[in-house]
Design a binder for this molecule. Structure first.
Ligand code: 13P
Ligand code: SF4
Length: 347
């Protein structure tokens, strides 16, 4: 395990250690706070864009205010088409950056600048650039979960929702491919498409924790449950899946598949929208970390969890935590990102 991964795991443990404190009853008037935030959103001509992994209260607020709750691709699409002059992006840092790259004239605020992603941390731009330089004949494809600087070094950006389709398209061009940073998603794409890719060895600390043994044990209790897996999980997990897909695709699968029970291997934040989409279905969290785990399901991204109503209210009051990107870097990062947006629009 690399130093970066160890450091990321320590952060997760610290986050989990504080969970019981957060569960202590704190008398708080959420309804009054939501009214204040709604007023602030209007005063700031702002729209709230939230990822499915954020807390249910945050997603609910985005829905109630005509904002957007979605996956990475749709968040990017929505941000650039929204009429609001300010976007409050509740997710992780790269999502705020993506919004800024696509909408330079909008003010992009994030509830906290500390909400990062293990894939982003595990792919420093200088090291990734050196890796690409060592393979100059390769087309460089990076996952959206990367910094603006890494995107600037890439030929294409992809999200999980469109990865297989886009890579099949790139395969017809014939040039060898570097894929980064998520090794699991890369491996899944390679299996799906037969494309041989050079993989950067990054991973998501949340999806890394789902284990086949845990799913098999839960299947013994719920033999008719369908297994839904996000492709940031290990390839072994996708082999036991009934369906593999991005967050939006997983929600659709829960809605459309005939099963009444689902074992869901992705961040538990997704349950808010999944249950809305499939109210009559039983949704079960896929167990994490196998037999010896002290936590049987801690599938919640510590960085996504940093987005709460307090921080959203604060950022709207103070206007701090603005995403700022150097213009030359933004222009470079825009090229591969715009290719993704154009491909998504056409396919
Ligand atoms: P999608 O929402 O695009 O499936 O990505 C999941 C994710 O990792 C967000 O951090
Ligand atoms: Fe990154 Fe994983 Fe958190 Fe998504 S869930 S932001 S991939 S660490």
């Amino acid at each position: 395990m690399s130093q970066t991964e160890i450091a990321a795991r320590v952060l997760v443990q610290e986050h989990l250690a504080h969970k019981h404190l957060q569960a202590m009853p704190i008398v708080k008037d959420i309804a009054a706070q939501k009214v204040r935030i709604k007023r602030l959103l209007k005063q700031n001509d702002a729209s709230l864009v939230a990822h499915y992994y954020t807390d249910a209260l945050v997603q609910e607020l985005a829905e109630e205010t005509g904002g957007c709750v979605s996956d990475s691709l749709e968040m990017a699409r929505y941000g650039s088409s929204a009429a609001a002059s300010t976007l409050v992006v509740a997710g992780v840092h790269f999502m705020g950056e993506t919004a800024k790259i696509l909408s330079p004239n909008k003010r992009v605020l994030v509830p906290t600048l500390e909400a990062t992603c293990s894939l982003d941390i595990g792919c420093p731009a200088n090291e990734f650039s050196a890796f690409c330089d060592a393979h100059p004949d390769h087309t460089v494809v990076v996952y959206a979960n990367t910094s603006a600087a890494v995107k600037a070094r890439a030929d294409w950006v992809v999200t999980s929702g469109i990865a297989v389709k886009l890579m099949e398209h790139l395969a017809t061009k014939g040039s060898p491919i570097i894929w980064g940073p998520d090794q699991h998603l890369g491996r899944y794409i390679a299996h799906q498409t037969g494309i041989d890719m050079l993989l950067w060895q990054g991973s998501c600390i949340v999806h890394d924790e789902f284990k086949v043994i845990g799913v098999q044990q839960l299947k013994q209790v719920y033999p008719n449950a369908a297994v839904l897996v996000h492709p940031e999980s290990s390839y072994a997990m996708s082999e036991v899946a009934d369906f593999v897909g991005s967050t939006t695709q997983l929600i659709k699968a829960a809605q459309e598949m005939p099963n009444k029970e689902f074992i869901v291997a992705t961040d538990r934040g997704i349950f808010y929208k999944m249950q809305q989409a499939a109210p009559e279905k039983l949704l079960l969290e896929a167990p994490t970390a196998g037999n010896s785990a002290t936590c049987r399901s801690c599938a919640h991204c510590p960085w996504m969890a940093m987005n709460d109503l307090d921080k959203i209210e604060q950022v709207l009051l103070l206007g701090h935590n603005e995403i700022v990107i150097d213009e030359e870097l933004r222009q470079q990062a825009l090229k591969p990102l715009q290719r993704l947006m154009d491909f998504a629009a056409a396919n």
